[in-house]
Design a protein around this ligand. Sequence first.
Ligand code: CA
Length: 144
Amino acid sequence: MGVVIIDGSTVRDFVSDEAQFKKSVDEQFEALDLNKDGVLSRGELRKAFESMRLIETHFGIDVATPPEQLTQLYDSIFEGFDCDKSGTVDREEFREEIKKIMMAIAEGLGTCPIQMALDDQSLLQRAADLEASKASSASKASSA
Ligand SMILES: [Ca+2]
C-alpha cells in the first residue's frame, strides 16, 4: 500500500499506452483466474471486487451493505463485463471493461490531482508507476 498523487491524465496516459496497459490488465486477469481456465467466472470476478473494496467502503470508511444488495451489485458488475452473455468473462471482455472503468475514473479525477492510498498491485498504482518511470527516463540518459 502506497500513497500516490494522480490526476486524470495519469490514468489516461496509462490506458493509451496499449502495450503497458494490456500487460498490466493481463497480469490482473491471470491473478483473478483462480482455476486457470482462461475465463473469469461470476465468483472469481466477485472476489476481485471484494478485494478491491470498491463497494464496501466509501472514501475508506466501511459502510454496511446488506448481503442481498451486494449480490445484486456484483451481478450487475458481472453483466457489465460479460458482453456476449456467455456466463464467463474472457480476456478481451475484461480488458475492454477495465478500460471503460479507468476512463471513467480519469473523467472523475479531471485535472485536479488527488492523493490516493493504493494497493501496490492495483492498476491505478501501475498508472502512477508508469508516469513516474517516464518522468525519470526523460531526465536521465538510458542506462538499461
Ligand atoms: Ca476461471
